[in-house]
Structures are given as C-alpha cells and as structure tokens.
Design a protein around this ligand. Structure first.
Ligand code: NDP
Length: 268
C-alpha cells in the first residue's frame, strides 16, 4: 500500500491522482490518505507501506526516518516522497523539480520569492541549481538569512519572475499590499502562485480533469492578470510532483511523459 501522510489531510488530491495512475497502468496497488497526529508514529505507519508522500507539517521531521536522502532533498532539507527498497527507506523531494517543470523552456533572468517557508526553500534551491539568481521578501525578514545564496529584496530592483510562496492566499489575502505588489510586478514578465484554486468539489478523475482545464484564478493570479502579466498557479506543480513520485513508486517503469499523458492528453 501507498499513501499520503500529513495533518490536515482530508482534502488531499494525491489519492485521486495516484489511484488513477495505478488503475491506468493496471498496477494492483492502492493509495490512501493518513492523518498523522504525532510524528513519533511515523515508524509504525511506515511499516505498513511501500511508499508514501509526506505533506505539511512533516516534510522536514520525516528525514530522520529515512535511511538515505536522495538528490536535491539533501540541499533543501525536506522530503515529500518516501520509497522502501531493499530494506531501506529513501527520501526524495519532487516538489522542487515539479515546480521547475512548470517553467518549461522559459528564459528567466532572475526571481523574487515572496515567503520564506518550506516551499520557498525548495523553490530557491532548484532555481539556483539552474543558475537563476534568487532574491527573497518575507513578512518575518529575519528568516531570509537562513537561505543559502539568496539576496534580500531591494526596492526598485527589477525582478523577472515573482513567486508567491506564502500561504496568504489561504487566508484570502495577497502576500503584500496591492500597491507594493503592483510596483514589483511593473518589471516582471511572469508570476507564479504556489497555491491552487479550491478543489473541494473534486471527487472523481473526470471532476479533476474538468478542474485542471477550467480552473478559476487564485487571488494572486487574478491580481497578476489585472497587471497584465502572465501567471501560473500551483496546480500543475501539484500534478508534476505527484507524477515524479509515481515514477519513483513504479521504479521508472513509466517515464514522466507517459505518466503526464494520463492527465494532460495531447488531444484534450
Ligand atoms: P510555510 O508555513 O512553511 O510558510 C508560509 C509562508 O507564508 C511564511 O513565509 C509566512 O511568513 C508567509 N505568510 C503566511 N501568511 C502570510 C500573510 N498573510 N501575508 C504574508 N505572508 C504570509 O508554508 P509552505 O512554504 O509549506 O507553503 C506555502 C504555500 O505553498 C502553501 O499555501 C501551500 O499550499 C503551497 N504549496 C503548494 C505546493 C504545490 O504543489 N502546488 C507544494 C507546497 C506548498 P512568516 O515567515 O512571516 O510567517
């Protein structure tokens, strides 16, 4: 069995994505959601699983239960995917690459990240890996100094890509005052909101596909559009991190492109 572990977990879309993929590829596996109230219960939960995704608030703490931390997850200091192989739990971070895949072939000169939480860390590491200079602005400014290679936001400097890695949207707020955001957007060519629109009505694969193709704008994306800037929300990132995790779960039997086809068919 596979599953996603977090608290809260009720509204996770991961079971729908992974069970649809298992079914599409005729793999006899099942994926569930697990509400974990205390991180100390990780070992007993993991003993029942072959692989898992990990979400808030456990992406960092779960590292201590891994026998090996693989690739970019080491630099980020957080994992979102666990896979058990040859008696060892391996931890991966697919959020970072999932985010980067959304930027496709775009040329990004530099990036400003709004926020300094866990997702900002994944985003800052992957951008720097691709030689994109990263600056950061956060409500609690002191947190920025814990990020390696990142420079603090400078008023008046031009930022090409502006990423909202705050959870302000979940409280119905923009990450900054609208006039300040507008000023930052004046030199931007692209914005990215890690949040995605509410998916509460999504119950089946068909609902999910409708949601994917006809979703509403998040507050940040809607504000970007008003400022006439192209924008991306976090739904494709959510899907891509899941596809990358699925690749790990099926030991690369299917490529990312084959997996992506299930949700993003070329003829849709
Ligand atoms: P964290 O809790 O680690 O960090 C939250 C950040 O948001 C902090 O920097 C915090 O600032 C800031 N913040 C919170 N409220 C406000 C506000 N009202 N105004 C300004 N700043 C605020 O969260 P994560 O980094 O894990 O996640 C951030 C968002 O990204 C979440 O909404 C999450 O849903 C989304 N996400 C999406 C993913 C996807 O696949 N699409 C993957 C991972 C995350 P301070 O330091 O001052 O508290």
């Amino acid at each position: 069995m596979f599953g996603v572990i977090g608290n809260p977990i009720a509204h996770s879309l991961s079971p729908l994505i992974h069970n649809s993929l298992f079914s599409h590829f005729s793999i006899q596996e099942h994926y569930e959601k697990f509400l974990l109230l205390d991180s100390k219960d990780f070992p007993s939960l993991l003993s029942k699983l072959k692989g898992a995704n990990v979400t808030l608030p456990y992406k960092e703490v779960v590292m201590q239960y891994c026998d090996e931390v693989v690739g970019i997850a080491k630099e980020i200091g957080a994992i979102n995917t666990l896979y058990h192989k040859e008696g060892r739990w391996r931890g991966y971070n697919t959020d970072a690459q999932g985010f980067y895949l959304c930027l496709e072939e775009r040329e990004i000169k530099n990036a400003l990240i709004l926020g300094a939480g866990g997702s900002a860390r994944a985003v800052s590491v992957v951008l720097q890996k691709h030689n994109i200079p990263v600056s950061m602005l956060n409500r609690s400014a002191h947190k920025i100094s814990t990020f390696s290679g990142v420079s603090p936001y400078e008023r008046g400097r031009e930022y090409d890509l502006v990423i909202n890695a705050t959870s302000a949207g979940l409280q119905g707020e923009l990450p900054l005052e609208s006039s300040h955001l507008q000023e930052i957007f004046s030199s931007a060519t692209l914005t990215f909101d890690l949040i995605y629109p509410s998916s509460l009505s999504v119950k089946t694969l068909e609902d999910f596909l409708q949601f994917l193709y006809k979703r509403e704008d998040t507050l940040f994306c809607s504000f970007s559009k008003k400022c006439k800037i192209s924008t991306i929300d976090g739904l494709d990132m959510l899907c891509y991190q899941a596809f990358l995790a699925f690749e790990i779960f099926c030991e690369n039997a299917y490529s990312f492109e084959e997996i992506k086809q299930v949700f993003y068919p070329k003829d849709r």
